[in-house]
Design a protein around this ligand. Structure first.
Ligand code: SAM
Length: 218
């Protein structure tokens, strides 16, 4: 599996998804197979999303690499993730920050959150990633403000609590748009308590972010 991982990282570098050394080494170190149900482990290094149960997916490796790059992570940052899934992206973010940073990750489906905790413990990220069960569209006030916030599910608009819980100078990445077909990956930089610089990083497809400041549950 290590050889397959190295091969995938090589391709992600060639295609320009990986640009920096910390992201390269994090993608090379975190074993994606440990964040998949047994039946999908043989496909861990195919660059595509895969089912993890409860209608949810693990993000494709190129998307995880792109999110890590666009967040412009530094060593001792406090990061908030909305949508833990099985914990893979949080582990990569944690690894890319080195020894000091911390990731708080919110997952609304308890079954996935519990398995994510197990996966993170087993792979050595249990101390640096805290998994919280709840509605991530409301953020996680207890540890706010955050240097970086990112969503791995798509919302109809950027949830206000996430904007509020971002530090001035901080970055927020979130897919926004139609529920099923096409969304824009939005990057926001907080300039002051009320001003944000916003740009689109292009089209993406994510599962819906369901919650008070997201989509209603069907
Ligand atoms: N970060 C994951 C990874 O490492 O591959 C990807 C997870 S998947 C694409 C998105 C996750 O967001 C799903 O597990 C889903 O249950 C979760 N989700 C959707 N709405 C949410 C909300 N309001 N709060 C927390 N999690 C949410």
């Amino acid at each position: 599996m290590m050889d397959e991982r190295k091969e995938l990282v090589k391709r992600l570098l060639e295609y320009g998804y990986i640009k920096s050394e910390n992201v390269r080494q994090a993608m090379e170190k975190v074993p994606r197979e440990e964040f998949l149900p047994a039946e999908n482990r043989p496909y861990a290094y195919v660059d595509q999303p895969l089912p993890i149960g409860k209608g949810q997916t693990i993000s494709a490796p190129h998307m995880v690499a792109m999110i890590c790059e666009k967040l412009q992570l530094e060593e001792d940052m406090k990061v908030l993730e909305i949508g833990t899934g099985f914990g893979y992206n949080a582990a990569v973010i944690s690894e890319a920050m080195g020894k000091k940073g911390h990731v708080y990750s919110i997952e609304r489906i308890e079954y996935l959150a519990e398995l994510a905790k197990e996966n993170l413990e087993r792979t050595g990220y249990g101390e640096k990633v805290t998994v919280i069960i709840g509605d991530g569209t409301q953020g996680y006030e207890k540890e706010a403000p955050y240097d970086r916030i990112y969503g791995t599910a798509s919302a109809p608009f950027v949830p206000e609590p996430l904007k509020e819980q971002l530090k001035i100078g901080g970055r927020l990445l979130i897919p926004v748009g139609e529920q099923a077909y096409f969304q824009d990956l939005i990057c926001m930089v907080k300039k002051s308590e009320t001003e944000f610089k916003e740009k689109s990083l292009g089209g993406v497809v994510f599962v819906p972010m369901i919650g008070k400041h997201g989509w209603p549950e069907k």
